[in-house]
Design a protein around this ligand. Sequence first.
Ligand SMILES: C[S@@+](CC[C@H](N)C(=O)[O-])C[C@H]1O[C@@H](n2cnc3c(N)ncnc32)[C@H](O)[C@@H]1O
Length: 114
Amino acid sequence: MTMQANHREFFKALVRNPRRISALAPSSRSLAAAMIAQIPIDARRIIELGPGTGAFTQTMLESGISAEGIDLVELDRSLSAFLSARFSGVRVHCARAEDIGTLFSGPVDAVVSG
Ligand SMILES: C[S@@+](CC[C@H](N)C(=O)[O-])C[C@H]1O[C@@H](n2cnc3c(N)ncnc32)[C@H](O)[C@@H]1O
């Protein structure tokens, strides 16, 4: 997956719904690294809210977090499809972040959102 492909997908989502996306581009690799560094080292189950094109997701996977431990909650239908295609093994929920209380049960080690 090239950076250009992520940016193109992000921009298309921005044009579709500027208010919902509220950013001009996906988070940079350095921001993603700074965010993911805050996740406890022993975290196994992580929920990410509003992953967009998956800048943080990619960094979580690169840091050794297993795909099966990650749940993504993304409201935009096209971005959800993009994430499913990009990250095999990661669960993608096309849903509202506000509904996580009904979407998930059991313990969660960290919630990430940016
Ligand atoms: C500013 S973008 C950030 C994307 C990504 N986290 C990043 O840092 O590159 C916000 C993302 O949140 C999603 N979003 C906005 N409102 C949401 C909601 N209520 N529930 C789930 N996702 C939402 C948007 O579709 C978009 O993908």
